[in-house]
Design a protein around this ligand. Sequence first.
Ligand SMILES: Nc1ncnc2c1ncn2[C@@H]1O[C@H](COP(=O)(O)OP(=O)(O)OP(=O)(O)O)[C@@H](O)[C@H]1O
Length: 256
Amino acid sequence: MTKTSIQFKYVQKSFGDNLVIPDLSFTVQEGEFVTILGSSGSGKTTLLKMVNGLLKPSAGEILIGGKKLADQDLVNLRRHIGYVVQQIGLFPHMTIAQNIGVVPKMLNWPHEKIVSRVTELLQLVQLDPDSFADRYPSQLSGGQQQRVGVARALATNPPYVLFDEPFGALDALTRLELQREIKRIHDSLANKTFLFVTHDINEALFLGQRVMVMHDGQIEQFATPEEVVTHPATAFVKELLGTVQQNEQLWGRAHD
Ligand SMILES: Nc1ncnc2c1ncn2[C@@H]1O[C@H](COP(=O)(O)OP(=O)(O)OP(=O)(O)O)[C@@H](O)[C@H]1O
């Protein structure tokens, strides 16, 4: 039986007079990989930040694992929610191992447990522990740093992981490689709910078991990639998909 993991009920968010999210309701099931796609300023980051309590809704209710977010201790909640962002913010003066182990250390895990968890996570994100554990962030490529960011977010084995444009700054090939990796990681970890914000339509369609298309703080469509492609629900979704087709046509023409 599927279990509800994250639920928004009539959520509204304003910044001052600016009503960014007028009325948002949706449900994500435990273990789902949901991608959130939308134009710039459509409220995607705001949505993610409301899930981990960095922002509070102006009205409505959010439930995480069936419990009201408003009633939960935020420090404790964030330990159960991994967060990966584009500017991943590794600590420059700490080694890769120390960066990944930062939260376990804060939680007073024994040293041996941290070392074995860091090794396991480096292997999971396909960075050889012998070669990478003792390096510093500046000695890694952008793609490798993002892998460390993913490892760090998974350190305490959180049931929920939020990704905000994690691969946005990477070149196309590295991006493709990391997309495959993140899909493999989701498949290999049981019951982890991933919410993944992206501007990239192909990325959203490739990764998401369901894709949420947002525009002006509202959901235009929330469906499987197949459904989105074959039955775009609104003119906006159609237009968005049209941009990909247009790119493909241009590409085709360039290679005629
Ligand atoms: N802290 C804030 N104070 C005031 N306005 C904000 C704040 N955070 C976001 N906004 C506004 O809310 C709207 C939605 O922003 P948000 O960052 O959620 O969009 P987004 O879909 O993630 O955009 P992008 O794809 O460009 O990152 C924007 O108009 C933004 O200017």
